[in-house]
Ligand binder design. Sequence first.
Ligand code: SAM
Ligand code: CA
Length: 246
Amino acid sequence: MAVNNEEKQQLIPHTDLVHKSLLQSDALYEYILETSVLPREHPCLKELRELTENHSQKIMATPADEGQLISMLIKLINAKNTLEIGVYTGYSLLTTALALPSDGKVLALDMSREYYEMGLPIIEKAGVAHKIDFRQGPALPLLDQLLQDENNKGAFDFIFVDADKNNYINYHKRVLDLVKVGGLIGYDNTLWVGSVAAPDDAPMHSFIMNLRGYVIEFNKYLAQDLRIEICQLSVGDGITLCRRIY
Ligand code: SAM
Ligand code: CA
């Protein structure tokens, strides 16, 4: 999404509700990407991002600045055992696998193996495929299966949730038992392109409109859940970090 210099000077605010960034202008977002993010992006992440840009569902991909945040978080908490719900072509998955130590693991769940296999050759090229355990299927039954084994309870240091937004409360009920006490969960798209704060009659794409109520309900749900500390960040499309307290 290149912006020209004239646009940068004008700092035109975006008004549509399908924008990739929640910042006040495209120019500011472009500045962050160009200055701090893209120069540090791993070459395989760059390749995966560029591959995904040609795909019809590219809007689903984790943006590079958010990837940088996820990588930093994983390293700060010394995460070793992680879980991801919602892989798509694997930008956040590759980010995670690269951030983990060589004996780290990421269990990755997605309904679509086809999406995952699009990015897999690049993940293999990055030399981190051995850290990934990909399981195909609807995530809720897979999580229920995991929970049947007591050894999985409290076993994950970091969990990233980025799948169907209408199920986030259902995911929360399960991943809270899977993450360790003191561990971190990141819920993605919790600002839902800004629509959570827009008037009900604001013009929006139907896919935004259809899931907006679920995201609003989920945000309220997290805010009253005393088992976690929360921090909602306006990075990407909004990511809510939750630290399990007990
Ligand atoms: N984290 C990914 C990235 O960095 O590119 C983006 C994930 S994309 C927003 C959402 C993914 O969730 C899609 O790949 C979709 O197939 C998957 N998904 C949607 N509903 C699901 C479900 N019920 N169970 C498992 N996966 C699901
Ligand atoms: Ca997302």
